[in-house]
Structure formats: structure tokens, C-alpha cells
Write a protein that binds this ligand. Structure first.
Ligand SMILES: *[C@@H]1O[C@H](CO)[C@@H](O)[C@H](O)[C@H]1NC(C)=O
Length: 273
């Protein structure tokens, strides 16, 4: 499973990386609560009353197709938040987020997504999942290329943010991002707006990450590499039909339909996309 290939194509750096968490990630916080396990095959993050834990990729990515498998905190996970996201640094940073908001036993997790472009987010969409995300590993993917950002769960697209720069809508395209993961306590807001608190008698809580795989550009991706289909991939008819299925059956919040929040009119991408 150890692979790290680098191709140099016309000044473009394309890296295919995956497998070993020791080679790809640094545990950045948590005082020993984050651990790489199974010879680098997986990462286990834990949370107790004192602290959560988190990691960051060694590499930065500027466009990519990034897959990660997650198995979320089982049982009563109310108040916990597991994150897996891409982000650059600074006040005008870009960010592509998956956040998993825990729940009491038997109640569905909320999958929260957001996109920041040039420091501005406020593009939340939330979903329930069509499976129990605590029983097994499931694959959460981000396809980020010059055309769009597509979030997929087990290969099923759940969200698309198109590049509408030509219409004046900001799009992440020139700030390299790191990949982050974390598990932390947010009992003041995560579950039913903070009504349900973390049950610390269940601690430590554990969320696991495995089978990281990235096909990505780490340098300039200005030249369209025809050899890399992910770079020019978009949702076809079948993909759009699946996206529609998820959005009509599993979407529980969409900023683009939140009239109370945007009484003066929705953000411009809402009427185009
Ligand atoms: C938890 O379960 C309740 C009840 O089914 C649901 O309304 C809510 O969206 C779930 N998720 C969170 C994060 O509260």
C-alpha cells in the first residue's frame, strides 16, 4: 500500500499519494490523543474531557481528487464533532469542509458541509446519511478542479459548487490547501443547537480515518493535463441524477433556501447553480 509517485508534466507537479499515514500526515495537536495505528494504515483520533486531537497533511494541494475513509464515534456521540477538510491559511483563505455532528444513540449524524472562497464562507449545506456512519468505514471524497468542487460519499455526489468566476462569484483556485482532520467537543452547539450535551461517561470518544488517497497537483496546475481525468471531470447526467436523489431525500439544510437568513436575497451562486 505504500506508494508515492511524482510525475513532472510540462511544469505541472502531479502527485499520487496514499496509504501510509506516517508519510502523509502529522498529528498537530491533542497531546497523544491522536495516533497512527496499524503500521500507518489508519489514524485514530480521540477526545476526552481535557482535549480532542487533530492532524494535518505534510503536503499542500492545489486541485485534487482526495478520498478519505472515516468511521465515526459510535454510540452516544452527541456534542462531538469530527472534521475532515481542506484549508489554506490567512484572512482570505479558502476552505472545503466536511464536519460530522454527533448525536445520541440511534439518532442520525448530521453531515455539515461548507465552502469558503477568499475568506468568505456562509455556504452551508447539511445532510443525513443513508447508512450508519459509525458501523463501518465510508469514503468521503473531494474533487476540486478548475470546473467545480464535488463532495461525494461512497462515490455518490452530494454537493456541487461550480466555478462561476465568470459571473463574479469567487472560486478557490490559487491558494494551496492542507488536508486536516480533527475530533473535538462542541457541546454548546453541535447537537440540536446545544440542547444535547456530551455524555462524558462515554469518553474517550474515537473516530478513525483510513485509506487516504489523493491524486492532486501540489504546484501550479495552470496547464490542463489531459492525462489526468480528474482534472477535467464534472458531473455527467448519471452524476447529476444521483446528486438530485441525495438532495431531495437527505438534505436537511441548504443556505440557498434559508429565507430568514437572507431576507435581502440569496447569494448570487444560488440562482445560477
Ligand atoms: C439528531 O437527531 C435528531 C432527531 O432525529 C435530528 O433532528 C437531528 O438533526 C440529529 N442531528 C443533530 C446534529 O442534532
Amino acid at each position: 500500500m505504500k506508494k508515492f509517485l511524482v510525475f513532472f508534466l510540462l511544469g505541472l507537479v502531479v502527485a499520487v499519494s496514499g496509504g501510509d499515514f506516517n508519510q502523509q500526515f502529522d498529528i498537530t495537536w491533542g497531546g497523544g490523543r491522536g495516533k497512527i495505528v496499524g503500521n500507518g494504515q489508519a489514524m485514530a483520533l480521540t477526545l476526552d474531557r481535557t482535549s480532542g486531537s487533530g492532524f494535518r497533511s505534510k503536503n499542500q494541494y492545489l486541485y485534487g481528487k482526495i478520498d478519505m475513509q472515516l468511521k465515526l464515534v459510535p454510540g452516544n456521540s452527541a456534542g462531538t464533532v469530527t472534521t475532515y477538510y481542506l484549508s489554506s491559511l490567512g484572512a482570505t483563505h479558502d476552505e472545503i469542509d466536511y464536519e460530522f455532528l454527533g448525536n445520541i444513540s440511534g439518532q442520525p449524524y448530521t453531515l455539515h458541509t461548507n465552502i469558503y472562497a477568499q475568506g468568505k464562507g456562509n455556504r452551508e449545506q447539511q445532510f443525513h446519511l443513508w447508512f450508519d456512519p459509525t458501523k463501518d468505514y465510508h469514503t468521503y471524497s473531494i474533487l476540486w478542479n478548475p470546473l467545480s468542487i464535488i463532495f461525494s460519499v461512497d462515490g455518490i455526489p452530494i454537493r456541487q459548487y461550480k466555478n462561476l468566476e465568470s459571473k463574479g462569484i469567487p472560486y478557490p483556485k490559487n491558494q494551496p490547501m492542507w488536508i486536516y482532520g480533527s475530533l473535538w467537543d462542541a457541546e454548546d452547539w453541535a447537537t440540536r443547537g446545544g440542547l444535547v450535551k456530551t455524555d462524558w461517561s462515554q469518553a474517550p470518544f474515537t473516530a478513525s480515518f483510513a485509506n487516504f488517497n489523493a491524486q492532486a497537483c501540489s504546484g501550479s496546475c495552470a496547464i490542463n493535463p489531459s492525462a489526468n481525468s480528474w482534472f477535467s471531470q464534472s458531473l455527467g447526467t448519471a452524476g447529476l441524477a444521483k446528486l438530485k436523489w441525495v438532495q431531495s431525500n437527505y438534505m436537511i439544510y441548504n443556505y440557498c433556501t434559508d429565507y430568514k437568513r437572507f431576507p435581502q436575497g440569496f447569494p448570487p451562486e444560488c440562482s445560477i447553480a
